[in-house]
Design a protein around this ligand. Structure first.
Ligand SMILES: *Cc1c(COP(=O)(O)O)cnc(C)c1O
Length: 425
């Protein structure tokens, strides 16, 4: 067989894998190795990771302590697959999650394993809310993202993703997220009016589902005060509050749960992405004990017990045993925020706006395709970043929470160079 010299590095993927593939188009390299905040490709090029598997790698790649636990578990023939049979690995996770995460936060939640992905958690949350309340409707918000299966798509804002469903997406209503119409428009008042008025045409919903910071929808961060008011609305009308913490959770916004600083207590919480710690698939649905109306086996699945993920996830919770980790995230978040603010004022051509919270920040850029060009320039310079927002208008910084100052500074300076290069084009 003759091998054409000029064929793309991604030839195998381009010929054998479906057109549906996406991130390999933004980052056209074949990756072989990763550690901490770094990745390497087949040609030995090194990259700084400001993407972190869209938030699935908050503790970085191949974290040493988790790796050791996994290797030991494998070496001892620890059980890998068990459906939802009781295993020691799962027992240890449940116990540590209770002791290290729930108890110190005075959160009383039952834990459900809905299947290994974020959308599995969202589907189970919607199903449970409808079962508990006997209502069908669910309120979601503009620019929300909750996953790709039909129920999750029905509460997702993005038109392109929604169209993929191929069927009507029913039993949901979209309401404006905080700041959707700008600072002068009170979206709480708007929502309240619909609930109060018998002529509004809005059926009382089973639940309101939201992200406290919209990861895919443009890094819009709801104000704590707005979240508190949403919680009050839920209490007043007996609506269940679902916080989808799949992306913003596990420390991304500075605290383990993204809603902690707002002082709210959602009825149901969805967790996935970084809960597995090592990038292994795992999802949890948490809910108040009185909502636990499931019949045994009513919501089922083959991969609800990923024991390797439990092993890594249990070790990952060690990061949360002392306040030191949160403090470090806070310091790094402030560093990122200062840097982004200075970029925005030093590069007026960006017409940039800093968005987000914690280590979930970015810059919304004016100008068609500018954010995408910045990310392309960054990739050329060895920095992996993606865009967010309905028009891909936000440059999104998602470094591992464990990144050291040197790595963070290196990434930030590549970002500034890339912005300059994109503006010069
Ligand atoms: C990624 C994500 C999901 C879906 O998770 P998958 O594992 O991709 O199914 C749901 N909600 C939010 C907020 C997400 O960021």
């Amino acid at each position: 067989m003759q091998i054409k010299k000029d064929r793309s590095a991604l030839h195998v993927f381009e010929t054998l894998e479906s057109e549906v593939r996406s991130y390999c188009r933004s980052f056209p390299a074949v990756f072989t190795k990763a550690k901490g905040h770094k990745l390497w490709d087949r040609d030995g090029r090194e990259y700084i990771d400001f993407f972190s598997g869209a938030g699935a790698l908050n503790y970085g790649h191949n974290e040493e302590r988790m790796k050791k636990k996994l290797i030991d578990y494998l070496a001892n023939d620890g059980i890998t697959h068990s459906l939802d049979m009781a295993t020691e690995a799962k027992e240890a996770f449940l116990k540590k999650f209770h002791d290290v995460i729930l108890k110190p936060r005075t959160l009383n939640y039952k834990v459900m394993f809905p299947g290994p992905t974020g959308t599995n958690s969202v589907e189970s949350a919607l199903k449970l809310a409808r079962k508990v309340t006997g209502r069908e409707n669910v309120i979601s918000f503009t620019n929300s993202f909750h996953g790709m299966t039909i129920g999750s798509l029905a509460v997702t804002g993005n038109t392109f993703k929604r169209r993929g469903a191929g069927v009507p997406l029913n039993y949901t209503v979209t309401m404006p997220y905080d700041n959707y119409f700008g600072a002068d428009f009170d979206t709480i008042k708007y929502l309240k009016r619909f609930l109060e008025d018998n002529g509004s045409g809005l059926d009382l919903p089973a639940a309101i589902i939201l992200e406290t910071v919209q990861g895919e929808g443009g890094l819009n961060a709801a104000r704590f005060e707005w979240l508190q008011k949403i919680e009050q609305i839920c209490r007043k009308w007996n609506i269940l509050l679902i916080v989808d913490d799949v992306q913003a959770g596990c420390g991304r916004t500075g605290t383990f749960f993204s809603f902690e600083q707002a002082g709210i207590k959602p009825d149901i919480v969805c967790l996935s992405k970084s809960i597995g710690g090592y990038g292994l698939p795992l999802a949890l649905t948490l809910f108040k004990p009185e909502l636990d109306v499931w019949a045994p086996g009513e919501h089922n699945g083959t991969f609800r017990g990923n024991n390797l993920a439990f092993i890594a996830a249990t070790e990952a919770l060690s990061f949360w045993e002392t306040p030191a980790f949160e403090q470090k995230i806070k310091q790094k978040s402030e560093r990122v925020n200062h840097f982004l603010q200075s970029i925005v004022s030093n590069h007026p051509g960006l017409q940039g706006e800093v968005r987000g919270r914690g280590l979930m920040q970015g810059i919304a850029c004016a100008g068609d395709g500018l954010a995408e060009r910045i990310c392309r320039e960054a990739f050329k310079r060895g920095l992996i970043m993606e865009t967010s927002g309905p028009a891909g208008e936000v440059v999104k910084l998602f470094p591992p929470l464990t990144i050291n100052d040197q790595g963070l500074d290196q990434g930030l300076s590549i970002l500034e160079e890339s912005i300059q290069a994109a503006l010069d084009q």
